[in-house]
Design a protein around this ligand. Sequence first.
Ligand SMILES: Nc1ccn([C@@H]2O[C@H](COP(=O)(O)OP(=O)(O)O)[C@@H](O)[C@H]2O)c(=O)n1
Ligand SMILES: [Ca+2]
Length: 504
Amino acid sequence: MSAQREMKEKNPWHTPVTIIITVIGVIAIVALVTVAVLQNRPFPQKYKYGIVLDAGSSHTALYIYEWPAEKDNNTGRVEQTHSCKILVENALAFCPGISSYASAPSKAGQSLTECMQEAVQRVPEKRRGETPLYLGATAGMRLLNMENSAASDSVFQSVKKALQMFPFSYQGARILSGQEEGAFGWVTVNYLDDRLKQGLETTGALDLGGASTQISFVSDNYNGSESPSNSVTFRLYGNDYNLYTHSFLCYGKDQALRMTLAHQSQAGPGTVLDPCFHPGYAEIKNYSVLYDSPCVSDRKPQGAPATFNHTGNGNFLECQKTIKNIFNFTDCKYSRCSFNGVFQPLLQGPFGAFSAYYFVMNFLNLTDTSIPLDDVKEKLKRYCATPWNQIRQRHPNIKLKYLAEYCFSGTYILTLLTEGYNFTSESYSDIKFIEKIKGSDAGWTLGYMLNLTNMIPAEAPDSPPLPHAGYVSIVTVIAVLIFILFILSLRPLWPSCSKQPQIV
Ligand SMILES: Nc1ccn([C@@H]2O[C@H](COP(=O)(O)OP(=O)(O)O)[C@@H](O)[C@H]2O)c(=O)n1
Ligand SMILES: [Ca+2]
């Protein structure tokens, strides 16, 4: 017992001063770490929102984007949280893009109501008033504006009136230029892939719509001087980009089908035997419907009967030959061209192909571009040659109008890529058919909003040197080290360990 007491007396751990110092030290470390954790804890996430309506030629879609409220100018990622397709079919057209309301413009605004009401539900009430709302129209409205600008203005009046009734911050409705459509599609793809912030090699963007198609990419041997109208420059996160972009009006898949059919119907009135439609396909169609578009109206045959018999014979190679007729490969005043005398620099880098490129290739089970191009063609050849009644039996739930067009659309896509843009058997595998990237749809809408809200800074943002968890860990480690050093500094007071105390 006396030895134990002696040991206690000699051991400074048991002196009141040391006990007090130790307790205070521990309390100080706990307090320091607590303050570090609390003071620098990220704020509970609050979000901001933005809404973009994509008024395409074939349909209108609404997208809601969201981003952390504290970080909208630098590190925060903008994500798509909701999308809504406007699906109401109207009496005027099968596909209700806003341009189809040309003869009843007041209904164009009404058609947006359902998706707008959904948007009201999705955006928290507190945020609605500050949420920007944009509508951008593409090639369908470009064509209507060319054909009948008064009708196009009335459609916009109706759309604006309808959108202003909702509790968002309405920022305007307008037609995007083809250049903007191409460039913002490229921004979207590269933003979502985190390529811009990190200054990585960028991905080209291929967008196939119903009325126009866009190609945009960065090419090292292109500085913009050869064809300035195809050049868009950006400074994003401290990097300069010189983007080549072109939008081909009338080369979206629906207008390309019209042009191909119009070309075939020039052979003579009455019947069109179409290699791009399945054997056994037969429909009576109206010439006036076929030629009701500025893409073909100048080719309308005079004195033709009202209708023609559209029949299929399903031949991929013949279909490809027929489609080639809508491209002009002869005139080119530049060092190199894609088609129709349009300059295009050497293709470079990976490409993301979205919108109808994806929908069509996905339907045909041909999105895998590691399959050799010749095999892709072979598969499509077999698909086109399949009799129409078999195709119908295989897909009882797909609308016949859409189902009938996949052979044409697939053949058009391969022709546009290889003959039009000059992708080869090798470079075909550089293309990825994509619908979404990290949950957000690939398309021009996100890039458009990022640009209008100045959400991509020109210069690289300053980021905190350490993430929060790293900061807290370092504070803890340093505090513990200081404490250990302090204890070590008390060493002269420690008992000598040379002789073990004897317990008797
Ligand atoms: N699920 C879907 C949705 C759209 N699409 C097609 O994708 C194209 C979308 O074009 P769009 O309405 O954006 O037209 P543009 O104004 O971009 O030319 C149309 O040809 C639609 O028929 C499709 O094939 N499958
Ligand atoms: Ca589109």
